[in-house]
Design a binder for this molecule. Structure first.
Ligand code: CUA
Length: 323
C-alpha cells in the first residue's frame, strides 16, 4: 500500500510479508462482517411477521449448511494460523551471518554501538540489503524498540538480552519509537533509523571519531576488572578458560549442559553462581552493578572474539609448565 498515508512505508524485506497477512486478515474479517450484517438486515426484512397472528414455519436444521459454515471457516482460520506462524518464524529466526549491533535502552534514550566502535544515540545507521541483528538490553526498565517502516518491534528487557533482525531495502530516514510506556519521557524516547547504500554506510562508519571497538573495549575491561587473572591459563587460573567457548556447550556442575551464548555469558558475569562449569569452585564474585549494560556487551564481544586451540569448551587449560 505505497500511497495510503495510513500506513508507513515498506522499507524492509519483512514489511511486505507482515502487510500481506495483515491485509488478508482485514479483508476476511471485513467480508464476513459485511456478510453477517447484511444477512441480519435482509432476513429481518424478508422474514418479518406480517400479521399479528402469523405463526412461523418449524425448521429442523440443515446438515449441509452446518457443515459448510463449520468447514469453510476452519480452513480459513487454519490458513491464517499457518501463514502467521511462517511470518513469525521468519521474523524471529535471525539468518546466519547477520551483522550484529548492540542497543541499550535507558530512560530515555537509545544507545547504539557498532562492531567497529562507532557509537550513536537515538539514531541507528544500517546498510541496505544486509541482514542486521540487534542485540538489545536495558539499563533500567522495559522499553520496546519499534521501527514501523520495517514492521519490526521487540521488547528491551532489563536483566536479559533480546534480539531482533531486519533487512532494510530502501535508503532513507525512518521513525524509531519506544513502544513500551517507560516513564515521564517515554513519548520523547524516539529517534531515526537511517538506511544507507553499503558504500555510503562505509563512508559513514569511517567518518566517525575513532573509538574502541566493543572487542577492544571489552579486552580493556577484562584486564581492568581482573577477569584475566582467573580466566587465562597460568598459575592463578581458577575459572574456565574462555578461549573458543562461545557457541559451544559446557558441562555443568551437578549434571546437565549449557550452551554458551550471549545470555549465558551475561548471567555468568552478573550471577556467577547460577550455572557453574563442572570442575570449578563457586568462587567468582558477582559483577552486578560494577559494569554497565554497555560494558557487559563489550565484555561479551571480547569473549566471543577469543579463539583458542580446539578442545572441549570450558575445560581447564593445560596445566602450566613447571619451571
Ligand atoms: Cu522507553 Cu518507552
Amino acid at each position: 500500500m505505497p500511497n495510503l498515508p495510513l500506513f508507513p512505508e515498506q522499507a524492509s524485506v519483512q514489511a511486505g510479508q507482515v502487510d500481506a497477512i495483515y491485509f488478508f486478515m482485514v479483508a476476511v474479517c471485513g467480508f464476513f462482517g459485511l456478510l453477517i450484517a447484511s444477512l441480519i438486515v435482509i432476513f429481518a426484512v424478508k422474514f418479518r411477521r406480517r400479521h399479528p397472528d402469523e405463526v412461523g414455519a418449524a425448521i429442523h436444521g440443515s446438515l449441509a449448511l452446518e457443515l459448510m459454515w463449520t468447514i469453510i471457516p476452519f480452513f480459513i482460520a487454519m490458513g491464517m494460523f499457518a501463514w502467521g506462524a511462517k511470518v513469525f518464524f521468519d521474523l524471529y529466526r535471525v539468518p546466519a551471518g547477520a551483522m550484529e549491533i548492540f542497543v541499550v535502552g535507558k530512560q530515555w534514550m537509545w544507545k547504539v554501538q557498532h562492531a567497529s566502535g562507532q557509537r550513536e544515540i537515538n539514531e541507528l545507521h544500517v546498510p541496505i540489503g544486509r541482514p542486521v541483528k540487534l542485540i538489545m538490553g536495558s539499563e533500567d526498565v522495559l522499553h520496546s524498540y519499534y521501527i514501523p517502516a520495517f514492521r519490526v518491534k521487540a521488547d528491551v528487557i532489563p536483566g536479559r538480552y533480546n534480539t531482533m533482525w531486519f533487512q532494510a531495502t530502501k535508503p532513507g530516514r525512518y521513525h524509531l519509537f519506544c513502544a513500551e510506556y517507560c516513564g515521564t519521557k517515554h513519548s520523547g524516547m524516539i529517534g531515526s533509523v537511517i538506511a544507507m547504500d553499503p558504500a555510503d554506510y562505509q563512508v559513514w562508519l569511517d567518518g566517525g571519531k575513532a573509538e574502541d571497538s566493543p572487542v577492544a573495549a571489552g579486552e580493556k575491561l577484562f584486564q581492568a576488572q581482573g577477569c584475566a587473572s582467573c580466566h587465562t591459563a597460568g598459575p592463578t587460573q581458577r575459572g574456565p578458560s574462555l578461549a573458543n567457548i562461545f557457541g559451544h556447550e559446557v558441562k555443568l556442575q551437578g549434571g546437565g549442559t549449557a550452551l554458551v551464548d550471549d545470555a549465558y555469558l551475561r548471567e555468568s558475569i552478573v550471577q556467577p553462581q547460577a550455572k557453574i562449569v563442572d570442575g570449578f569452585l563457586p568462587i567468582m564474585p558477582t559483577f552486578q552493578g560494577m559494569v554497565t549494560e554497555e560494558q557487559l556487551l563489550q565484555l561479551i564481544a571480547y569473549i566471543k572474539s577469543l579463539k583458542g586451540p580446539a578442545g572441549p569448551a570450558g575445560s581447564p587449560s593445560p596445566a602450566p609448565q613447571q619451571k
